[in-house]
Design a protein around this ligand. Structure first.
Ligand SMILES: [Mg+2]
Ligand SMILES: [Zn+2]
Length: 195
């Protein structure tokens, strides 16, 4: 077990940290969303461990490889480090239950909203669920957080704002614990709640 505090923020990647680009896999197509480096710095300073959990079915579909995903994550962290922050660990699901090729076509436990990536993170980090959160721009992110048992935050970047509007139009009860315009607003909410 790592010597972290147990306060963990799990983050979706596409639409939450970087601009949603369909099947993003090339470093040159990576664009950090506004305010993201600052949000990462704020959370680190407040003692949170930052862990990315991302579904990457593009691997299953044969659009890009695990090596591409890992290279992109290395590049993403280089960009964040230039701004004084970094992600502590990346976990990704390369599978798809229907559209996968070969070994990647599988009903796995890691694809969000299932919680296999969170459980993998627990092998490397202490996770105090009562003081940990999941942030993402899709319902499956929020659902994964709920399934795992941490606070769930929907961000308005990526698909989030549209999703919130649709849910409200349908008269649904909010399916998330908190809605934040973007990652900076989510970070402010968490820090205030935990201090
Ligand atoms: Mg996303
Ligand atoms: Zn998987």
């Amino acid at each position: 077990m790592a010597g972290n505090t147990g306060k963990v923020v799990f983050l979706d990647r596409d639409g939450t940290i970087n601009e949603e680009v369909h099947y993003l896999h090339k470093p040159e197509d990576l664009r950090l969303l506004p305010g993201v480096p600052e949000a990462i710095r704020m959370l680190k300073k407040a003692g949170f461990t930052l862990i990315v959990v991302t579904n990457q079915a593009g691997v299953a579909r044969g659009y890009y490889t695990c090596r591409d995903v890992e290279k992109l994550h290395g590049y993403l962290n280089e960009q964040l480090k230039k701004e004084g922050g970094a992600i502590d660990a990346f976990y990704y699901c390369p599978h798809h239950p229907v559209h996968g090729i070969g070994e990647y076509k599988v009903v796995c436990r890691c694809r969000k909203p299932d919680i296999g990536m969170f459980e993998a993170a627990e092998k490397d980090f202490t996770v105090d669920k009562a003081h940990s959160y999941m942030i993402g721009d899709k319902e499956l992110d929020v659902q994964a957080g709920r399934n795992y048992g941490v606070g769930s935050i929907l961000v308005g970047t990526g698909y989030g704002a549209e999703l919130k509007r649709e849910a409200e139009e349908q008269g649904r009860e909010p399916f998330y614990d908190y809605y934040a315009e973007d990652l900076t607003a989510a970070a402010r909410y968490i820090i205030e709640k935990e201090s």
